[in-house]
Design a binder for this molecule. Structure first.
Ligand code: WTA
Length: 651
């Protein structure tokens, strides 16, 4: 983070009067909902859940314990529904010819409108193709796709037949893809010949082929995006277009129990390989839809644009499920913010008359650097509300967003949440919450926060500590796929009886929450989570590397950059070429987002006498806070620190 983000900003931006009058939630309804969710949760959530279309409405609403002996998280557990019917079929009587998805291609000349009627036909068609290839309720299906409408069709088609999708971000390497296919036991992969981003071709099918040299699946469906000539393996690979042409455009939605799994999404943790975060049908869909409506104050007919890739949870909850459950027009953008030029976002806003715009601080910081001109060249008159997600936003970027992008007239919702939480938990409500730049402000109804010290003692008042949540909310993840124990251990064992977020947090005198970043070994690179352990494992796989330790350091654009300390094997020379080779190696092992920004050669790493690497010291050196190294006397060999400080790489 730039230094400014650590300085609390005293300025307050009060709720504009017209918002207080017209928004879905004003201060009073928010306060009343907070109390109702706390005191009469069953009645409150039963009423709220009526927003979904249930085949059998739930009578059992909340059944939760975070304690070891009777641990369980169940919501709406006897309810029956189908997610795809909720996102499509129920809107058909009144919105069949309205636009569900606006697709904006990488090339500015390329865009399409897909109506709810068309969405229904395409999703059914894909569902029937999946069935024809043997897919059924409960199967896991891996999607490795670019930002094309078929990505949304595929997710909804899985939901329609009760299959569980696992979307793997198209920027991940063949190895990462392989690990994810293997972990959830997918037998079917949906991909595209290539992706297209910023004019560059992404070899998705080739990556799948490479992944499938190490794990076997029966079927690969290949969507033609660029028409590139890709090898097809007879009997395994099928051209989706040809399959779709044979398929019927009607497919009845499978009735699903509220607690049946909807999707798995892999995310980095502080240890080991990525975890398959599992979300279920009823609670997740409810939370995505409810938060999309109240946080963005969504009105039917408005154009909503979330810039996240479908490979991340933000793309799941706020590009696909939340908006479509609310019959929104959701914009899907294939490209990148600076192609063909740095005004692209605002050109798209004008072209499609976007009313609500939701993006990441890292994108704003990158665009801010290009100056105001590319923004000012557009009208942006359609914009009504702005949002951010993924990392703390520094007040400087917040103000630029507010003043330059929003012309001072659009409230900003800074939404704090996680893959694990399914949807927003701490966020302003534009009609109810006065804004402070850099603060995610206050918890939503039903979200019971607690700041604790290192021992787990709850802290009251204006304090800093670790952020926990003491009770469940419907959108909470239910388990780590295939590993209930890991789920419990990761989130509920550090501070017994509570969900530990992994984030540090400050609460100010007004009760506002300021997320200060991860307190575990996860770093946030451009709003994407990366486990330092994963990068380290990738580095040590290289033949020349003996040991590696990875930490985050403040980076102007990315928020945090990746700083790697690498100890080479005896006799290996530390050259510039080797440095480049190691960066390329990590890109190849995990994907470009994991590529180290800085590699420092480390003849030794600071370790305790029991051999544990002291990351605290490595973090301080990377952050260039050499004066604050703290106590190094417990190190096995304090002199290694002197060497690291002396040879610090110029991050
Ligand atoms: C961070 C993304 C501050 C936080 C939805 C969290 C944020 C992690 C914010 C989850 C925000 C997300 N302010 N920090 N508004 N939003 N974070 O799972 O550290 O990719 O724990 O989910 O991002 O990242 P994830």
């Amino acid at each position: 983070m730039p230094e400014t983000s650590r300085v609390p900003d005293p300025a307050l931006y009060p709720v504009p009067a017209d918002w207080a009058d017209k928004a879905h939630m004003d201060r009073e309804t928010y306060e009343a909902a907070r109390i109702a969710a706390r005191e009469t949760p069953d009645a409150f959530w039963a009423e709220q859940a009526k927003r979904l279309d249930w085949i059998t409405p739930p009578t059992r609403i909340k059944d939760v314990s975070f304690n070891k002996q009777d641990f369980r998280i169940r919501w709406f557990e006897d309810g029956v529904l189908n997610v795809s019917a909720n996102c499509i079929d129920r809107h058909l009587p009144h919105r069949e010819d309205e636009t569900a998805i606006i697709w904006e291609g990488d090339d500015p000349a390329d865009s399409r409108h897909i109506t709810f009627g068309e969405l229904h036909a395409e999703v059914c068609r894909m569902a029937n193709v999946l069935k024809a290839h043997g897919a059924k309720k409960g199967d896991r299906i891996t999607l490795y796709l670019p930002m094309i409408p078929e990505a949304a069709y595929a997710m909804l088609a899985c939901a329609r037949i009760g299959a569980v999708h696992s979307v793997v971000f198209g920027g991940f390497s063949p190895d990462s893809l392989c690990g994810r296919i293997e972990d959830c036991g997918s037998n079917l992969v949906i991909t595209a010949d290539e992706g297209l981003r910023g004019g560059k071709h992404i070899p998705l099918k080739a990556n799948v082929d490479e992944a499938l040299t190490k794990v076997k699946v029966d079927t690969v469906l290949v969507i033609r995006r660029t028409g590139a000539d890709v090898p097809m393996i007879e009997g395994r690979d099928f051209d989706y277009g040809l399959e779709a042409a044979k398929a019927d455009t009607d497919c009845p939605p499978e009735p699903m129990n509220a607690e049946d799994p909807l999707f798995i999404l892999y995310t980095s943790g502080s240890t080991g390989k990525p975890k398959g975060v599992l979300h279920t049908t009823g609670g997740y869909l409810f939370w995505a839809a409810w938060t999309h409506e109240i946080v963005f104050d969504y009105r039917p007919g408005e154009v909503f644009w979330c810039t996240a890739d479908v490979g991340w949870v933000t793309g799941h909850s706020y590009m696909v499920y939340g908006p479509l459950a609310n019959a929104a027009t959701t914009l899907m953008f294939e490209g990148v913010p600076n192609y063909p030029d740095a005004g692209r976002f605002w050109q798209v806003v004008d072209k499609h008359k976007v009313e609500i715009f939701y993006t990441a601080p890292t994108a704003l910081r990158a665009l801010m650097r290009e100056g105001d001109a590319p923004v000012k060249a557009s009208s942006r008159a359609s914009l009504r509300l702005l949002g951010t997600v993924g990392e703390p936003i520094n007040p400087e970027a917040w103000r630029w967003y507010h003043e330059v992008v929003g012309d001072g007239r659009c409230p900003i919702v800074d939404t704090w949440w996680q893959t694990e939480t399914g949807g927003h938990l701490i966020t302003p409500l534009p009609g109810a919450t006065d804004l402070k730049p850099g603060s995610a402000t206050l918890p939503l109804p039903g979200v019971e926060l607690q700041i604790v010290d290192a021992e787990g003692q709850p802290l009251e008042g204006a304090v800093s500590g670790n952020l926990c949540i003491t009770d469940s909310w419907p959108g909470q993840m239910r388990t780590v796929y295939g590993d209930d124990q890991r789920f419990f251990d990761t989130y509920f064992s550090t501070y017994p009886g509570r969900y530990f977020t992994g984030d540090g947090c400050r609460r100010d005198e007004d009760g506002y929450y300021w997320i200060t970043g991860r307190v575990d070994d996860v770093i946030n690179v451009s709003g994407h989570r990366m486990g330092t352990a994963e990068v380290e494992s990738a580095l040590v796989l290289h033949d020349d590397v003996a040991e590696a330790a990875v930490v985050g350091y403040p980076h102007d654009i990315k928020g945090q950059g990746i700083y790697a300390y690498v100890t080479l094997n005896n006799g290996v020379e530390a050259t510039e070429d080797l440095r480049k080779a190691l960066v390329a190696h990590v890109r190849h092992e995990i994907g470009p987002i994991a590529a180290p920004d800085v590699i420092q050669w480390a003849p030794g790493l600071p370790k305790t006498r029991s051999g544990k690497i002291m990351r605290r010291i490595l973090r301080k050196i990377a952050e260039n806070e050499i004066g604050a190294l703290g106590d190094t006397s417990t190190l096995a060999d304090p002199s290694v620190v002197d060497d690291l400080v002396k040879n610090r790489a110029g991050a």
